[in-house]
Design a protein around this ligand. Sequence first.
Ligand code: GSH
Length: 114
Amino acid sequence: MTFQPESLDPEEVQTRVDEAVADNRVVLFMKGNRLMPQCGYSAKAVDLISQYVDEFETVDVLPALPHYREALKEKSDWETIPQTFVDGEFVGGSDILEELDERGDLEATLTGAN
Ligand SMILES: N[C@@H](CCC(=O)N[C@@H](CS)C(=O)NCC(=O)O)C(=O)O
């Protein structure tokens, strides 16, 4: 049997993005999933977030990458994957997460703790 990638149209993807951002305090749009990231930048984002937050949502963009890229860009004005949103706001990709961590600000950004 031939593997058929999930077929999603742009509107369905936009809805998935909107709902994932609205319904989860922390959501990471990434290539692959938490256990099997399919890109080094996504793996780095998972590692950085996992230091401070046990439960966060991940959305694998690979089944409809061009649509996710467009839907996310619409929301964040950011071109690349991964993308992290906290409390409905775009935080950044893996470099920004790393910068926040180096400044000692990532935990508070992810948890809301001061
Ligand atoms: N410096 C970026 C690296 C992310 C990046 O370059 N991602 C690439 C490879 S996963 C990407 O999204 N390429 C466009 C695409 O795959 O659509 C970050 O901070 O997240």
